[in-house]
Design a protein around this ligand. Structure first.
Ligand code: GLY
Length: 359
């Protein structure tokens, strides 16, 4: 069992990574939270796979637990869905000490975390992520939110979980497209901070895609370690944490313009990573190798490198609604080489358009 401490003072917690630990969720949570009323929030895809094992594990550890299963997709990560969940919390007579366990992917974790952060001004929650994207990114670091029609994750806050429990064996039941979309966030860590990890991914891609247990554990552990380091430096994204948004500014715009229906988050971020690499090259900050290495990996993953339907001007307009836009200035995370990025406020609209229309 590997543990990573996310050191945030009184809000510190551990990320636990191991194979086949879902039936120990109750015991692992008991180490940080005494038995109490709890709700396991999951979705109707994850529930038949893992709902009972987590529920039983918590019951055995004397939690008074109920399971709530929601119909959920990115387009349903809304305030209306949060309200539906509040109703379940009231029905189960949850109080300020009660616990939410978020069992599922990124959408579920963001929504359940947002509800935990706001119900009675905040109740404890634990993340048990079951998708690659959630295991390597969204379950760690305390960003919780719902979407607004005007933008992704626009209604939310920073609210840290009490623990993140990752069973990498749950990745075996994921559709292949979810693995490839999650791999984009894994690659992100290589791009922003860790060239050696980028090499590891490149070298072991076939093992990873064949769901080799050790390779999966390695990429999840390494990704969480890097994420924890960045979050510890800048919990509320006053500066350096923005590097975790590499590829996300344009990625979010693509998702929002297609109403969160056309692209998986990772697929949109992959295109965003390609576009910002082109921007960095045009600005003389990076050379072609940076682009080529990412294109090569994305192609092996079978991901699109470019959106061919949206109007580039609409994409630029949408960028101005990004949370990172401050006083009308667009903020981009640009690569300088594999393993390093910078945060830049000086990218011109023409440079963005050039990247969006280039081949
Ligand atoms: N997913 C970016 C962050 O957690 O900051």
């Amino acid at each position: 069992m590997k543990e990573i401490l996310v050191d945030l003072g009184k809000d510190s917690y551990n990320i636990i990574v191991d194979k086949g630990i879902l039936d120990q969720v109750g015991t692992l949570i008991s180490k940080v939270i005494s038995p109490r009323k709890a709700i396991v929030v999951t979705d109707n895809i994850v529930e038949p796979l893992y709902g009972k094992i987590v529920l039983d594990s918590l019951s055995e550890c004397k939690f008074d637990v109920k399971l709530v299963s929601l119909a959920l997709g990115e387009e349903q990560k809304t305030l209306a869905k949060a309200e539906e969940l509040y109703e379940h919390l009231f029905d189960h007579e949850m109080d300020r000490k009660s616990l939410i366990v978020a069992l599922g992917g990124g959408v579920l974790g963001d929504l359940a975390g947002f509800v935990a952060a706001t119900f009675m001004r905040g109740i404890p929650f634990v993340q048990v992520p079951t998708t690659l994207l959630a295991q390597v990114d969204s379950s760690v670091g305390g960003k919780v939110a719902v979407n607004h029609p005007r933008g992704k994750n626009m209604i939310g806050c920073f609210y840290q979980p009490k623990a993140v429990i990752i069973d990498t064996e749950t990745l075996r039941t994921l559709p292949k497209a979810e693995i490839t979309a999650g791999m984009v966030e894994v690659m992100k860590y290589g791009m922003i901070k860790d060239a050696t990890f980028f090499e590891y991914i490149d070298k072991h891609l076939s093992q990873i895609l064949n769901l080799d247990s050790d390779a999966l554990e390695e990429i999840v552990y390494n990704s969480c370690k890097t994420k924890a380091q960045v979050v510890e430096l800048d919990e509320t994204e006053q500066g350096i944490r923005a590097i975790l948004n590499y590829g996300h500014t344009i990625g979010h715009a693509l998702e929002a313009l297609t109403s969160y229906k056309k692209y998986r988050h990772g697929d949109a971020v992959a295109m965003g990573m390609i576009y910002v690499s082109k921007i960095a090259i045009e600005m003389g900050l990076a050379d072609e190798t940076v682009l080529k290495r990412q294109v090569s990996l994305f192609s092996k993953l079978g991901l699109s490198l470019k959106d061919t339907e949206l109007d580039p001007h609409d994409i630029v307009r949408k960028l101005y609604q990004d949370k990172k836009t401050i006083a009308g200035k667009l903020r981009f995370v640009l690569p300088t080489r594999i393993g390093n990025v910078i945060i830049d406020d000086s990218v011109t609209e023409q440079t963005i358009l050039n990247a969006l229309i280039s081949d």
